[in-house]
Design a protein around this ligand. Structure first.
Ligand code: IPM
Ligand code: MN
Length: 377
């Protein structure tokens, strides 16, 4: 427990990132009503639009705050035409830069379907899966793999031009992500919805790729220290069908960086869409929380996107801070936020356009803030 309260560096970023973060802060404000706020959010500008206006990706104070704050909350970055001279996304400093710079090695992406959330795979919005069958967490390695910044273009122009991305899988990187996944499985006593078993599934392409063989070997070696947890395996291509057909089999899933990137967007469909998918980028000393979706420029400025992913990001942030500082009050606030969100979802009173509804972004924030107030402390 920190007497002075927890400092939160907030980067709303670009486009709809700013709109969802506004609602996230509204909900945090509602949680803090009636007492001294246990947290202090400070907002910093940055991202692609900021780059176009100022020629740098973020304010210098923001970069320092991300390092010194107790936690970071990010909206989304990316804006049409905002590209760094080397071709990279302007705003990458806030996402990939923080993941690398703060060594946020585990990208923790829960995929849980709440009652009242609808799906649309094609045709009408409807309930497809029983909500109780989707409750898993994908743990994506977040600092190496294909995202290793060792890449380049040779012999620019002409037919001999080549582009190279290097996929690096290290012992340390694989070991710590495997350990993170098994520790998480220990903390999820309910296990997989299918059979209540504690299970960690290693998703890779070890039938072809050397790095994946190493990743799986390391998974097995670390997993041997957790005999009470079942080890399960899937090649990433097969996994994409199994998770759609049989999500109840999965509890904790661990994957190398790029494969984790792809399967988490796929899995988001099982939780109602990207509007509900949140991720925590967690390291030994720092953490950054964000909705998984992007800045959605085509919807920006219209107050129409779904802010629930940001509410889940805020919930995950409070839970992580509470665990790290042994602060049961913060964990209770995370539970309170989850209850309020679950109530609003079950009532179906805050369905935005992506759910076939007419609620605005700020309506959804208002409904959740009201549910927090009426739920009591
Ligand atoms: C994500 C995003 C990022 C990634 C982009 C914005 C760089 O897709 O968080 O999944 O590729 O990791
Ligand atoms: Mn992604």
């Amino acid at each position: 427990m920190k007497d002075a309260g927890y400092s939160i560096a907030v980067f709303p970023g670009d486009g709809t990132g700013r709109e969802v973060v506004r609602e996230g802060l509204k909900v945090l404000g509602a949680l803090a009503e009636g007492g001294p706020a246990p947290w202090h959010p400070t907002e910093y500008a940055g991202g692609g639009e900021y780059y176009l206006a100022h020629g740098r990706e973020w304010e210098p104070e923001g970069a320092a705050a991300a390092r010194s704050a107790d936690a970071v909350l990010l909206g989304a970055v990316g804006w049409p035409g905002a590209t760094l001279p080397n071709g990279d996304l302007a705003g990458r400093a806030l996402v990939l830069g923080l993941r690398e710079g703060l060594d946020l090695y585990a990208n923790v992406r829960p995929c849980k379907l709440y009652p009242g959330v609808l799906h649309r795979i094609s045709g009408e919005f409807r309930e497809v899966w029983a909500p109780k069958n989707v409750d898993l967490v994908i743990v994506r390695e977040n600092t190496e793999g294909l995202y290793t910044p060792a890449r380049g273009r040779l012999r620019r122009g002409g037919d001999t031009e080549v582009a190279i991305d290097t996929r690096v899988i290290t012992r340390k990187g694989s070991e710590r992500i495997a350990r993170f996944a098994f520790e998480l499985a220990r903390k999820r006593p309910a296990g997989a919805p299918e059979d209540g078993r504690r299970r960690v599934t290693c998703v890779d392409k070890s039938n072809v790729l050397e790095g994946c063989r190493f990743f799986r070997e390391t998974f097995d070696r670390v997993g041997a220290e957790y005999p009470e947890i079942e080890r399960d395996y899937a090649y990433v291509d097969a996994f994409t069908q199994w998770i759609v057909r049989n999500p109840e089999h999965y509890s904790v899933v661990v994957a190398p960086n790029m494969m984790g990137d792809i399967i988490t967007d796929l899995a988001a469909v099982l939780q109602g869409g990207m509007g509900f998918a949140a991720g925590g980028n967690v390291g030994a000393e720092h953490a950054m929380f964000e909705p998984v979706h992007g800045s959605a420029p085509k919807h920006a400025g219209q107050n129409r996107v779904n802010p629930f992913a940001t509410f889940f990001a805020v919930e995950q942030m409070l839970r992580w801070l509470g665990g790290r500082h042994g602060d049961a009050g913060l964990v209770a606030q995370a539970d309170r936020l989850e209850r309020a969100v679950a109530n609003v979802l079950a009532r179906g009173t805050a369905r935005t356009y992506d759910q076939g509804g007419t609620a605005t972004t700020s309506d959804a924030g208002d409904r959740v803030a009201e549910a927090i107030r009426s739920g009591g402390r």
